[in-house]
Structure formats: structure tokens, C-alpha cells
Design a protein around this ligand. Structure first.
Ligand code: NAP
Length: 503
């Protein structure tokens, strides 16, 4: 007898960035096409739509920072800039016909699980709807962080965060303060330095910066990749393994990392001849914060109109940033390059799972998820780029593809086995997390510096602490017994005793 074709579960995907787009494509390919995507902005691309600051570009080579199933042979340069990356995600959205699934300008407020029906009630600013499955593609870097500094609201000039760049502000001739010097600031500082009359960079700690070695792909190479896709795959493959090897540098015991630190420090001698060495040489091991790539950052810092301020900010006055030593730095524009609220994951959205458990409360001591994707007590809820899946050494797209695969497998099982819900077991999740934290303990992230990879308790909640191949293997070897399943008829019953008996 031919198997009956089950209807697709109703699936909600939050966010139409690189992660949400990837999972939507993979679900559709598996015949799971009852999908609604909620996107708070007016277009796709997520972080690549939001971050339009001058110089915005990827620091992972583009041939790897793209889907394995939708390669692009004609990337114009090794590290594509934001407009080209955004255009890629736009083109993929159209190529796979996703636009019809997306509700733009719609922000999700809450998701609440009903154990009886096995459904999630999703409340957006446009109303409420029920879904069988919820996939969060919000990632880790979607909420800009601006520190609470006394007097900030009294500042009389222009002020904006790097992720909300105000392009109407002409910086020419301005006295500009940039607060922060992370991956974003490093990219826009050289551009601001060229326009501003004076630029003061308020820096708390130096970063390890490596020469970016960017460059354009000549036309013949682009044509070769297009004509002989195997050459493009080979190129991608070689980038992947080169980056993958870098994970070894992130181990505390790495001698190569110590050697690399010495090599970089020596190469910086012309810079430390001009700038104080604390401004340039980090006091923590390489890799503890993201290793940054740039070829124009130090040249910008050494310009006559640029000053690196190492004293911490005390407060802000209407026309100045005042440092703890009492000095007033008069400015008319402040640009916050202070990063994101990375450890709060799905906040401020309210997510309520089984037994009325609030996800943000469950994560009060630190976000935890089985393989970064599923959380015990929150059935049929899956996350992309969730806890402990960020990378300090390779492409996040690789991780997102593995996660999409897991989600497709789970949703297929829901459909094919007539399940109301599927949940990861708490003991499996705890075991997994013990292993993750044990591995994190061997990395430089743990004790050596403060970074957005850790929460306020010092727990590494954001990064995957191993080679990505290890993650790939774990994703392929998922044990069936790591999950609990409820059949439809069981979930529909109102008797909790019966529900627990018939699993
Ligand atoms: P970030 O790396 O978190 O950097 C934030 C900066 O702000 C740091 O320099 C930090 O100093 C400083 N800061 C934070 N709070 C401060 C305060 N109260 N007072 C003074 N300074 C303060 O943020 P980001 O540069 O936006 O980058 C975030 C992540 O986005 C990156 O790590 C990366 O994963 C991603 N990103 C990627 C690319 C790419 O090319 N792929 C480009 C941009 C961003 P401390 O270091 O002392 O804490």
C-alpha cells in the first residue's frame, strides 16, 4: 500500500536573515512548505541589511560565507562588501520563491506552547496565529548595545550605533567620538577618519589584528568558477580547511598562538613607535576576543586627526565626552561601536514552553541548548545560530546548514510519525552542555579576557568550543533516545496521567 502523504506541519520562522532563509529553503525541498516567515524589517538579509556602516564587509571569505547549495562563482572580491552580500541573500530569496512566505515589518512579541494541542501561539504586532513548529532565526547579534553612561541622553549632537548608521549625518569637518574598537568599529574607523576633522576613538582594550589580504577576483577566475564549478568547490573547500585549522590557535595550550602573538607584536613596531603600546598590543591571548582582519586600521589610527583615548569614559555632557581623569573631549557626534546584546538570545521576545516555563527565566544563569538548536521543555521550538554555535575561526553559514538539516529531520519525523511534539530530554541537553563547557575550559575564551562570547557569570554561552567538523559529526550522530515524543492522540487528551503513560 502506498504511504499516505501527510500535510506539512504549520511552521513559523522568525527572521529572514541568512539563517531563516537557509532553513526555509531546506524545509521546502523536503516538502515541508507550510511556512510563514516573520521579519521585523522591510527586507531580507538580517544583519547584512541592518549593518550599512561605511566599510561594512565580511571577514570570512565569501566563497565560504555563502550556502554550499547555492554557490556564487562571481564574487567580486575575496571578502565581499555588505552591498554584494545583501544582494546575494536577496537573489537567493527570489531564486527559491521565498518572498511570498515572508511577512515584512512584522515583529514577533511572544510564542506560547500549548501542551494539549501541541501548538505554538505566536503573537506579533499584527495579531496572533497558531503553528505546529517554531524556528528562530534571530541569531546572536541582532540587538544593538549602547552602554548606560551618565548624561548620555543629554548629548546635544548626533549619535547613532554602528548597526543603525545614520547616513543623513555628513561627518565632514565634524569632531567625532567613536566608542569601541571591535569588528564593526575597525571597519568604519578608517572611513570616519577620512571625513572627520577630528576623531577620538575611546578604547577599553586593544585587539589582535591580522592583515586582511583582501583583493578582487580577476574576471578570468570568476569565469572559470562559473564554467567549471568543480574549481569553485575546490576553492571553497581549501578556504574551509585553512580556517578550520585555526581553531587550534584558540586552545590555551597552543604554542603556535604564542608564536603568532610574538610575530604580530614585532610587525607592529612601526605602529608602537607612534602610538602607546597599550593602544595596540593586547594584554590577553590571541583569540580570546574575535581576531580581527584589517589592512587600513592602524594607518587610520596614526593619522594626525585621530586620537586613541585609553582613559575610560566617566560621563557625557551635551558637547563632550568626559573621561575618568576629568578631561573633556569636545565632540559633536558620537558613534557607538559597542556591539550587541549577544548573550540574551531570544530576548526581549517572551517564549513560554511546557508547564508555563519562561525561556528567559530558564536561561537566567546562561543560555543552553542541545546542539545549540533545541531546549528541553520547549518542544517543536528550534533555534538557528543559538547558544554555543558562534565561531571564532570559521563560517557561521556552515553551522546554520547543519542546524537546518537537524530541523528538517525533526519536522519530517513530526509529520511522518504523526507526532504532536518532540522535545529534547533534559538529561541529554545537560550532558551535552557539560561536554561543551569542558571543551570551552580548554580555550582562551574562559579566563583570559572579557568578551561577548561569555555572559556576566563568565560562562561561555555563545561559542562552539571545537572544530566545526566535530559539530558536523555530532549533528549527524544524533541519538534517537535524546528526545521525547508525544503522539497526536496522546497530546489531545486532557488527562495528564494518561499523557505520561502513553509516550
Ligand atoms: P564587539 O566586538 O562586541 O565590540 C564592541 C566594542 O565596544 C569593544 O571594543 C568593546 O570594548 C567596546 N565597548 C563595549 N562596551 C563599552 C563601554 N561601556 N565603554 C567603552 N567601550 C565599550 O562588537 P562589534 O564590533 O559590533 O562586533 C560584534 C560581532 O559582530 C563581531 O565579533 C563579529 O562576530 C560580528 N561582526 C562580524 C563582521 C564580519 O566581518 N564578519 C563585522 C562586524 C561585526 P572591550 O573590547 O574592551 O569590551
Amino acid at each position: 500500500m502506498a504511504p499516505t502523504v501527510e500535510a506539512s506541519p504549520r511552521i513559523a520562522i522568525f527572521g529572514a536573515g541568512a539563517a531563516g532563509i537557509c532553513t526555509a529553503i531546506k524545509l521546502i525541498e523536503a516538502g515541508l512548505d507550510d511556512i510563514t516567515m516573520f521579519e521585523k524589517s522591510d527586507g531580507v538579509g538580517g544583519t547584512w541589511r541592518a549593518n550599512t556602516y561605511p566599510g561594512a564587509a565580511c571577514d570570512v571569505p565569501s566563497h565560504l560565507y555563502s550556502y554550499s547549495f547555492a554557490s556564487k562563482g562571481d564574487w567580486t572580491r575575496k571578502f565581499a562588501q555588505q552591498p554584494e552580500i545583501l544582494a546575494y541573500f536577496e537573489e537567493i530569496t527570489d531564486r527559491y520563491g521565498l518572498r511570498r512566505l515572508i511577512r515584512f515589518n512584522t515583529e514577533v512579541r511572544s510564542a506560547t506552547f500549548d501542551e494539549n494541542t501541541g501548538t505554538w501561539r505566536v503573537v506579533t504586532d499584527a495579531g496572533a496565529e497558531d503553528f505546529d513548529v517554531v524556528v528562530s532565526g534571530l541569531g546572536q547579534l541582532n540587538r544593538a548595545y549602547v552602554p548606560e553612561i551618565d548624561g548620555l541622553s543629554q548629548f546635544a549632537g548626533d549619535m547613532f550605533h554602528s548597526a543603525h548608521w545614520d547616513h543623513s549625518v555628513d561627518l565632514s569637518g565634524r569632531r567625532v567620538a567613536v566608542v569601541g574598537n571591535g569588528a564593526s568599529a575597525l571597519q568604519f574607523i578608517p572611513h570616519v577618519a577620512e571625513q572627520a576633522s577630528e576623531l577620538t576613538v575611546f578604547q577599553r582594550s586593544a585587539n589582535w589584528v591580522i592583515d586582511k589580504r583582501d583583493g578582487e577576483y580577476p574576471g578570468w577566475r570568476q569565469r572559470m568558477f562559473a564554467r567549471f564549478p568543480a574549481t569553485q568547490r575546490l576553492h571553497r573547500w581549501s578556504i574551509y580547511w585553512r580556517l578550520e585549522a585555526n581553531f587550534a590557535l584558540l586552545r590555551r595550550s597552543s604554542r603556535v598562538a604564542r608564536l603568532l602573538e610574538r610575530v604580530i607584536t614585532r610587525a607592529l613596531e612601526p605602529v608602537t613607535a607612534v602610538l602607546p603600546s597599550e593602544a595596540v598590543i593586547p594584554d590577553y591571548p590571541i583569540g580570546c576576543k574575535r581576531i580581527l582582519l584589517s589592512s587600513d586600521y592602524y594607518a587610520a589610527l596614526m593619522r594626525d586627526n585621530v586620537h586613541v583615548e585609553l582613559d575610560h569614559i566617566d560621563h557625557i555632557e551635551p558637547d563632550a565626552v568626559v573621561t575618568v581623569d576629568g578631561r573633556r573631549h569636545e565632540v559633536d557626534t558620537i558613534i557607538w561601536g559597542t556591539g550587541f546584546r549577544s548573550t540574551e538570545f531570544l530576548a526581549p521576545m517572551t517564549v513560554i514552553g511546557r508547564d508555563g516555563r519562561d525561556l528567559n527565566e530558564a536561561w537566567a544563569k546562561g543560555a543552553v541548548a542541545y546542539l545549540g538548536v533545541a531546549v528541553a521543555g520547549f518542544p517543536n521550538l528550534f533555534m538557528l545560530y543559538g547558544p554555543n554555535t558562534n565561531l571564532g575561526h570559521n563560517s557561521i553559514i556552515f553551522m546554520i546548514e547543519q542546524q537546518s538539516r537537524y530541523i528538517v529531520e525533526m519536522v519530517k519525523e513530526l509529520r511522518d510519525q504523526h507526532l504532536a511534539w518532540i522535545d529534547v530530554r533534559r538529561d541529554a541537553m545537560d550532558r551535552y552542555n557539560v561536554d561543551v563547557q569542558r571543551r570551552a575550559g580548554d580555550t582562551v575564551w574562559v579566563a583570559s579576557c572579557d568578551s561577548w562570547y561569555k555572559n556576566e557569570h563568565g560562562i561561555v554561552t555563545n561559542n562552539w568550543p571545537a572544530f566545526t567538523v566535530t559539530y558536523w559529526k555530532r549533528m549527524r550522530g544524533i541519538r534517537r533516545g535524546d528526545h521525547v515524543r508525544r503522539h497526536r492522540a496522546v497530546a489531545a487528551t486532557t488527562s495528564p496521567e494518561l499523557r505520561h503513560e502513553i509516550v
